[in-house]
Write a protein that binds this ligand. Structure first.
Ligand code: NAP
Length: 277
C-alpha cells in the first residue's frame, strides 16, 4: 500500500503534467510516434484526442487501443479542401482545439531517399513537401483561428488559454544529411514554421515547438531495416540505443502542458545525445 506522501507525490505529478480539459488533434496518429503521443495525451494526461488517419478504419482501430477520451477522424493533410470541414466537425463535437501535433510524414520511399540531390525531380520533392511541410502549414493555419478564440474576451490576451502547436521535425534538419534531401528540406522548413508561429502569435498565448527526432523505433524505421542497419543506427547516439515512441510522447505531453508556459519557438532534440547544440 502507498504511503500518504507517495500517493500525494503521484497525484501532484499527474496534475503538473495535466492536459485535462484540453482537446488535441494529432495528425498521422494511426501508428508509430503519432499513436504514442495520442495514447500518452489521453491515457496519462487526461486530454481529449482526435486520432487521425487517411483511413477512418485505421483511426478507429487506433482509438480502440487507447483508454481515455479518443475519437477517430479521417484526414489526409494533402487535401486542402477537406481541412476546413474537418476542423468544423471537431469544433461542433468538442467546442475547442487547444493542441495541434503536426506529425504526419510521407512514408519512407527508398527510391527518393537514396537519390542524389541533383537527380531529385520536382514531383518527388513535391510529394514529400505536400505532407511534411504543407500539411503542417495547412493544419496550423486552420487551427490558429480556434486558438485565438480560446483567449476569449480577456483584455490581456496572455491570460487566455491560446494553444500549442508541435511540429515533428528531424535531426537532419539541423545537421544536414548525406541522403534524403527532400525530407531534410521539408523538416528544416518545419522548424522555420514553428518560429514564425511563435513570433507572430506569442502575444495571443499560442506557443509553438519543433521536436527534432533521432532514430525512434517504429515500423517505418526499425521495422523495415536489416539487423545490421539497426545495430549501426543504435551506435550513433551517446546513449547507444534507439529511442522509443513513448519517449517522444512524454516530451510532447510536457511541452503541451502549462509547465512550458514561458518557452516558445524552441527546437527540442530527442535523439539520445547525437546532436549536441
Ligand atoms: N521514426 C523515426 O525515427 C523518425 C525520426 C525523425 C522524424 N520522424 C517523423 O516522425 C513522424 C512519425 O514517424 P513514424 O516513424 O511514426 O512514421 P509512420 O509509422 O510511417 O507514421 C506516419 C503517419 O503519417 C500518416 N500519414 C502519411 N501520409 C499522410 C497524409 N498524406 N495525410 C495524413 N496522414 C498521413 C500515416 O497515417 P495513415 O497511413 O494511417 O494515413 C501514419 O500514421 C513523421 O513525421 C516522421 O518524419 C520519425
Amino acid at each position: 500500500m502507498k504511503s500518504y506522501y507517495e500517493a500525494l507525490a503521484q497525484v501532484t505529478s499527474l496534475m503538473a503534467l495535466s492536459l485535462i480539459g484540453k482537446v488535441a488533434v494529432i495528425t498521422g496518429s494511426s501508428r508509430g510516434i503519432g499513436f504514442a503521443i495520442a495514447k500518452e495525451f489521453a491515457e496519462i494526461n487526461g486530454a481529449t484526442v482526435i486520432v487521425c488517419s487517411r483511413k477512418q478504419e485505421q483511426a478507429a482501430r487506433a482509438v480502440a487501443q487507447i483508454k481515455g477520451k479518443a475519437f477517430a477522424a479521417e484526414l489526409d493533410v494533402t487535401d486542402n479542401s477537406r481541412i476546413q470541414e474537418f476542423i468544423q466537425q471537431i469544433l461542433s463535437q468538442h467546442k475547442q482545439i487547444d493542441i495541434l501535433v503536426n506529425n504526419a510524414g510521407y512514408p519512407f520511399d527508398k527510391n527518393i531517399w537514396y537519390k542524389k540531390f541533383h537527380e531529385v525531380t520536382d514531383d518527388e520533392l513535391d510529394r514529400i513537401i505536400e505532407v511534411d511541410l504543407k500539411g503542417s502549414v495547412r493544419l496550423s493555419r486552420a487551427v490558429i483561428p480556434c486558438m485565438l478564440q480560446n483567449t476569449g474576451n480577456n483584455a490581456n490576451q496572455n491570460e487566455g488559454r491560446g494553444g500549442v502547436i508541435i511540429n515533428i521535425s528531424s535531426t537532419p534538419a539541423i545537421t544536414g544529411h548525406i541522403e534524403g534531401a527532400p525530407y531534410t528540406i521539408a523538416k528544416a522548413a518545419n522548424i522555420a514554421l514553428t518560429k514564425c508561429i511563435a513570433r507572430e502569435y506569442g502575444s495571443s498565448n499560442i506557443r509553438a515547438y519543433s521536436l527534432a527526432l533521432g532514430n525512434i523505433a517504429t515500423l517505418a524505421t526499425y521495422g523495415s531495416m536489416t539487423d545490421k542497419d539497426r545495430s549501426q543506427a543504435a551506435q550513433e547516439p551517446s546513449m547507444k540505443r534507439w529511442g522509443k515512441p513513448q519517449e517522444v510522447a512524454k516530451v510532447a505531453a510536457c511541452i503541451a502542458s502549462d509547465n512550458f508556459s514561458f518557452a516558445t519557438g524552441n527546437t527540442i532534440v530527442i535523439d539520445g545525445g547525437t546532436v549536441l547544440l
